[in-house]
Design a protein around this ligand. Structure first.
Ligand SMILES: Cc1ncc(COP(=O)(O)O)c(C=O)c1O
Length: 355
């Protein structure tokens, strides 16, 4: 018998969204990737870093990702000591749990949101508590004082797409004894964000990713913004060379081309509004979204039926089997053409047997 820790032996492990091997044959709307390529400056920067013979790869990359922290600091209005770069925001979520929640201690998050928090807590041996949502998308029964070590708030929420108002998030921060982590993976598609709260509250951490809005899921780039004492703690935990040379080059080029970034985000959000309206014309119930996806339920509330109909037409969306989500689908926003094709497919699939 291999002497694994019991927590690891019994845990199921996280199942990420499906990445089909024949990816080019699909309209892929299941993992909230960006339908557009990153700025061409990313490709140029990677090639320049690589050089003609790849010799730069012989040596380790910058351990501190200093230039990226500088660039991100300028972009968001923080000193670099308030920023840590990560190998995808998943890395920093992991390190937050390792830094703040010991074995047997509690972390919490909202269901439905990003279930990877639970997997990370399981690895650490931390206890997990979930809070549910009211019909108005507020947290049901949040205590006057939440004494757990970490509370993860996904805003905009995935898979539902709504965002919590900033003043509401601020109230939560004042009620948390531990850290409030606002996972803003989708904030670049939203009208507001909680960055200001980091300045006002020492227990607030914001996490961001370049996977979605910067179209760099394949490079694995994320970051966190928090007080320097928190950042210094996270810095001790991370792999010392957590961002490879090519990722660092790509990250810098992407952050520095804000014109391209804004244009692409605007394209995604205007396609999201178009798609939402068209789905409603098909009698789908659609939650107004602040992300690069929508959560939509067909009139017969049979999400599985529609998922399978789309799958048969080579359109991949996300269907969750959790009881609160089983009636709907999370559909990432692709190009306008991809969304028009998806709408045609949905018309063919129809509204269900009784409608
Ligand atoms: C809410 C949320 N947080 C974090 C992540 C992870 O992002 P990254 O690709 O930066 O690890 C995702 C990815 O889908 C997400 O949906």
């Amino acid at each position: 018998m291999i002497p694994l820790r019991p927590a690891i032996q019994t845990m199921a492990g996280y199942i990420p969204g499906y990445q089909p091997p024949d990816i080019a044959c699909w309209i892929k709307l299941n993992t909230n990737e960006n339908p557009y390529p990153p700025t061409p400056k990313v490709r140029d920067a990677i090639l320049e870093e690589l050089g003609c013979d790849g010799a730069s790869l012989r040596t380790y990359p910058s351990a501190s990702s200093e230039r990226l922290r500088q660039a991100a600091g300028e972009l968001y209005g923080f000193d670099p000591s308030w920023i840590i770069m990560a190998n995808g925001s998943d890395e920093v979520l992991n390190n937050l749990i390792r830094a703040f929640a010991g074995e047997g201690e509690e972390i919490a998050y909202i269901h439905p949101s990003y279930s990877y928090y639970a997997t990370l807590a399981e690895i650490q041996g931390a206890q997990v508590r979930t809070f549910s949502l009211t019909d108005e998308f507020r947290i049901a029964g949040f205590p006057q004082r939440y004494t757990g070590k970490l509370f993860f708030l996904t805003s905009p929420n995935s898979p539902l797409g709504f965002a919590f108002p900033t003043d509401y998030i601020e109230t939560l921060a004042t009620r948390c004894d531990g850290m409030l982590v606002v996972d803003e993976a989708y904030a670049d598609f939203a009208t507001d964000n909680a960055l200001d709260l980091v300045r006002r509250h020492e227990n607030v951490v914001i996490t961001r990713t370049l996977s979605k809005s910067y179209a760099l899921a394949g490079m694995r780039l994320g970051l966190a913004i928090a007080r320097p004492t928190v950042i210094a703690a996270l810095d001790k935990i991370r792999d010392h060379y957590n961002l490879d040379r090519l990722a660092q080059a790509a990250c810098l080029a992407a952050l520095q081309d804000q014109t391209y970034f804004r244009t692409r985000c605007d394209q995604v959000t205007s396609t999201r509004e178009f798609f939402t309206q068209e789905l409603r014309k098909l009698n789908y119930t659609v939650i107004s979204s602040q992300g690069n996806f929508v959560f939509a339920s067909p009139p017969d509330r049979d999400g599985r039926r529609v998922y399978e109909g789309l799958y048969a037409r080579k359109i991949l969306v996300r269907h969750f089997s959790a009881p609160l989500l089983v009636h709907g689908l999370r559909i990432s926003i692709g190009t306008r053409q991809e969304m028009e094709q998806t709408l045609s497919a949905l018309r063919e699939i129809g509204q269900g047997p009784d409608t």
